[in-house]
Write a protein that binds this ligand. Structure first.
Ligand code: 5GP
Length: 175
């Protein structure tokens, strides 16, 4: 399949994804019980995953959708990642971050202090995909849908220059 200048091949089918997402949902239900977790869907890439995952959450909970905006702080603070659109107070809440993919871990590494600052009861990360070979920052990801090789993927919310988010399956770039 061609998207702009890149060629992609089938990687994870819609059924494979759906089965795994159901298992992740069941695990989260079991782990959080009556803790009233607050899910934070990191837009844009996680919208499809979050939508499917949240349908499997059967414990009382809330979800909020945020975008991340990064800017250079002072040399001591490095890059600061701000959250846009948060409409919930995180204080004393069990926060579950829903990500599409953890690659180097840089985004989460820089973003977690912003959440920590609000003193949640706990922070857990749930990502659909993780590229273990690419990980450069020490971020503990509690729920991983699929550990995948270090190759560019699209579909199921993930894009290549804005395209491919609508695909129900995940495709891998052909090199
Ligand atoms: P990190 O900060 O962990 O290096 O990168 C995370 C972000 O990089 C993801 O949220 C995603 O936007 C982008 N990214 C990393 N790998 C891929 C990939 O294989 N496909 C797509 N579409 N985006 C990726």
């Amino acid at each position: 399949m061609q998207v702009l200048d890149l060629t992609f091949t089938d990687y994870l089918s819609a059924k494979t994804i759906a089965d795994r997402v159901a298992i992740l949902g069941a695990q989260i239900n079991e782990d959080f019980g009556d803790k009233n977790p607050l899910f934070l869907c990191i837009l844009n890439g996680s919208f499809m995953f979050a939508s499917d995952l949240y349908k499997h959450i059967s414990t009382p909970s809330e979800i909020s959708f945020v975008k991340l905006a990064s800017y250079k702080g002072t040399t001591s603070t490095g890059t600061v990642v701000n959250m846009i659109g948060l409409d919930k107070d995180l204080f004393n809440r069990h926060v579950v971050i829903i990500e599409d993919i953890v690659d180097t871990g840089k985004t989460l590494f820089e973003f977690l202090p912003t959440i920590d600052h609000q003193q949640p009861a706990s922070i857990s990360i749930c990502t659909l995909l993780q590229k273990p070979e690419a990980l450069k920052h020490d971020v503990a990801v509690k729920y991983v849908g699929f550990a995948i090789p270090n190759k560019f993927v699209i579909g199921y919310g993930l894009d290549y220059n804005g395209y491919g988010r609508n695909l129900p399956e995940i495709y891998q770039v052909v090199k």
